[in-house]
Design a protein around this ligand. Structure first.
Ligand SMILES: [Zn+2]
Length: 354
């Protein structure tokens, strides 16, 4: 494999929007990632389980062609050897102390087009996890044994998102107040003992599918003065079959619907969307917080039981963010088209958020 640009330039992705501008070519899918060793504090089985979860989080939650395959072998730190590697314990001491890990993105020198948008074609990507982080399994964290460690699963899911070509849902210098972006797996920062980034949120799944597949976007908001009326809308794919289950025995199949509840308590609305392109249903639980102010705090998590390529891991689910509808859709698409291809390698450094 040849690389047009070998100089490694470290770029802050601040302001880049939700995509890095990189994408894998169809022939490179599934992306094969060679890994070896274990991070300090974790067992071989812990790593295998986390890799499986991270893959399934990205691959199964959206209608997307993106896929990865983890292969235990001889991971190499060479950025341009044509092998995608996952390394632990920062063997070349290349990860700054303030970062949990990096994903190194290397261009092939070519271009690839998905959904009529041109991206820099990936030549190679490597993930390097830092040492001295205090990695914990989510089971340990859930059991209250965190002790200021960091979720290995959260880092793996997040950095795999970078490897797919995603940037952050928000950056530290943004005025980022949308819970959908704050709660996304691709949020720029995480805190010790925080497992929220272990799971892919609807915003993450939607962004991935925006590049590689058919994006699905649904959302609900509370829209009247006393907070008893919840309005839900399917934004993408337009005219796709959708079923809303309001959790009180009522359902609807309208693309845009308002539903009256007896009170303004927090509600979970399940939206199931049939995506013909994948021949599957994608279901999301949309959380509508209680009270008339819920309109600014609507969030969602992929729901269990989708079936087919919509199957979603059932454990560890939590309420995740959903970016509501049209404004964000436009932002991401515009951003993708406006980014000039950058003829440099990019690394995604993430703050530990301590
Ligand atoms: Zn990141």
């Amino acid at each position: 494999m040849t690389f047009a640009f070998l100089m490694l330039v470290w770029i802050q992705l601040a302001g880049a929007g939700q995509l890095t501008g990189y994408a894998w070519s169809p022939s490179s899918l599934p992306v094969e990632i060679v890994w070896s060793g274990t991070p300090e504090g974790l067992s071989h089985d812990d790593v295998v389980a986390a890799l499986d979860t991270a893959r399934s989080q990205w691959v199964d939650t959206s209608c997307s062609a993106f896929d990865v395959s983890f292969i235990e072998g001889d991971a190499t730190s060479n950025a341009t050897d044509g092998q995608n590697s996952l390394l632990f314990e920062d063997p070349e001491d290349e990860v700054g102390q303030e970062f949990r890990a990096i994903t190194r993105l290397m261009p092939s020198g070519g271009r690839v087009t998905w959904n009529d948008v041109q991206y820099l074609e990936f030549g190679e990507a490597d993930m390097v996890f830092n040492d001295g982080v205090g990695w914990m399994t989510d089971a340990e964290i859930d059991a209250g044994h965190c002790d200021d460690g960091f979720s290995f699963q959260a880092a793996l899911t997040h950095y795999l998102g970078h490897l797919a070509g995603l940037a952050h849902s928000c950056e530290s210098d943004d005025t980022c107040t949308d819970p959908a972006l704050l709660d996304a797996t691709m949020y720029w920062e995480t805190a010790p003992c925080d497992t929220r980034e272990s799971t892919v949120a609807m915003d993450d799944a939607w962004t991935l599918a925006t590049v590689y597949g058919t994006p699905v976007r649904v959302g609900c908001t509370r829209d009247d003065a006393d907070g008893t009326v919840v309005s839900c809308v399917l934004t993408e794919p337009a005219e796709a079959p959708v079923t809303w289950d309001f959790g009180d025995g009522e359902t609807s199949t309208l693309p845009s619907v308002s539903h009256s509840y007896a009170d303004s308590a927090e509600r979970i609305v399940r939206a199931c969307v049939t995506v013909e392109a994948c021949g599957a249903d994608y279901c999301y639980d949309l959380r509508v917080p209680g009270g008339p102010d819920g309109a600014t705090d609507t969030s969602a998590t992929p729901a269990d039981g989708g079936g087919g390529c919509a199957a979603v891991p059932g454990s560890g689910s939590r309420t995740l963010g959903i970016a509501f509808a049209v404004l964000l859709l436009r932002r991401a698409r515009r951003g993708a088209r406006e980014w000039p291809p950058r003829p440099v390698a990019t690394a995604t450094n993430d703050e530990r958020g301590q």
